[in-house]
Design a protein around this ligand. Structure first.
Ligand code: PLP
Length: 390
């Protein structure tokens, strides 16, 4: 069995990657270690690269379509991992999940309609409704036992009159895995109030054992009836730059409405490399993914131990899925602006500022990306620890 090396340090600078090459424009310096943008510094899998190279051997790159092999790989992955038994008729290629959620909002809601989210959350969930003239409604999550939990009294109240709930499942910013009971309660409330649930499951494949991902559409017939699910190989196999994702809608009426709209507007056609890479990833990715998740678990443990020993006043929500940790530095009593400045200009580390995930309530919180070689993670943690010690 092939052994993959996730300790390898790969210089990504000069590849136009957002994570590294946007640093000077964003922060005015390039001597920073980026722990922000949610992709990994690991090599994309060899079987994906080979499939892309093979396709390049044929030197005509005309209009393309998803092949039977692509649909087979997608449907087999969904069946094996998530108990979603479906056919290509219930699926649609989407060139990226943020785009997919925008399309769904534009197709299924009108300006002024209310869109519900739970905060803190992945910033586009806040920006898409706002920037498209919808009314954003936020229900704040609370933390119990160092994990995020839905405040159902608040959620139910806020859900009144909403047309759509956009859910991150698992939850970004901290990889919280929503269990059956939580998803059932959401399904019950949303069905009663006539809300369409958009379940963004981009991080699902990265669920860290012993946690298990439950796809929203599978928790009940009700959930299947009112949901749109997005999945993707992009985070899983570190191929986000290819813009490859898939939308699943079990309900006939909802599906015809949304897929008809997508086709009429011509916004979800796909491209050669997105199909080629997704097919290779889903068809051959099981072992790579297993080894990568083992490595990520090691990074999560490294972070947990470091926090306990060296920066114990940090309150952390640790990932149950994916490679994002949510760190709350409030107990250090350092002003938010000073803290943010020290991370950049002293520690030379870029994390995502908590306020972008839902406003002032999250100042002093930062999201740390652990998808990197362990040596890099440890270096960053040492720098953060030093900058907090004065
Ligand atoms: C919850 C969530 N949804 C969507 C995306 C981005 O998806 P895409 O690149 O397919 O638009 C991210 C990336 O960080 C994410 O965390």
């Amino acid at each position: 069995m092939k052994h993959y090396d996730f300790d390898e340090t790969i210089d990504r600078r000069g590849t136009d990657c957002v994570k590294w090459d946007a640093l000077p424009a964003m922060y005015g310096r390039d001597d920073l270690t980026p722990m922000w943008v949610a992709d990994m510094d690991f090599r994309s899998p060899d079987f994906v690269m080979e499939a892309i190279r093979r396709r390049c051997d044929h030197e005509v790159l005309g209009y393309t379509m998803p092949s039977e092999g692509y649909w087979h790989a997608v449907t087999a992955w969904l069946a094996q991992r998530y108990d979603i038994h479906t056919t290509k008729e219930s699926l649609h290629f989407i060139p990226g999940i943020v785009a997919g959620i925008s399309y769904a909002l534009l197709c299924l809601t009108s300006p002024g309609d209310k869109v519900l989210v739970t905060t803190p959350v992945y910033p586009p969930f806040l920006n898409l409704p706002r920037e498209s003239g919808r009314e954003l409604v936020c229900s704040q999550l609370h933390t119990t036992n160092n994990r995020f939990a839905v405040d159902f009294d608040d959620f139910e109240r806020k859900a009144d009159g909403c047309k759509v709930f956009i859910m991150s499942n698992p939850h970004n910013p901290a990889g919280t895995v929503w269990g059956n009971e939580v998803l059932q309660r959401i399904a019950d409330i949303c069905e009663r109030k006539g809300i369409i649930v958009i379940s963004d499951e981009i991080h699902a494949d990265l669920t860290l054992p012993p946690h298990n991902h439950l796809s929203y559409s599978t928790v009940s017939e009700t959930a299947a009836h009112h949901s749109i699910t997005f999945i993707a190989p992009s985070k899983t196999f570190n191929i986000a730059g290819l813009g490859s994702s898939v939308c699943f809608i079990p309900d006939d009426t909802l599906r015809k409405r949304f897929f008809g709209w997508l086709d009429a507007l011509g916004v979800a056609g796909g491209n050669i490399f997105a199909f080629t890479a997704a097919e290779a990833a889903f068809a051959h990715g099981e072992e790579w993914l297993k080894q990568m998740l083992d490595y990520l678990k090691g990074n999560v443990e490294t972070l947990r131990n470091f926090l306990a020993e060296r920066i114990p006043k940090v309150k952390a929500v640790m990932p149950e899925a994916s490679y994002l940790a949510w760190l709350d530095f409030a107990d250090y009593g350092i002003d938010h602006k000073v803290l943010a400045d020290r991370f950049i200009n002293e520690a030379r580390v870029v994390m995502n500022d908590g306020t972008t995930f839902g406003g002032e309530a999250y100042k002093c919180c930062f999201r740390l990306n652990l998808g990197c070689p362990r040596s890099s993670l440890v270096g960053v943690l040492e720098s953060i620890s030093r900058t907090l010690s004065h």
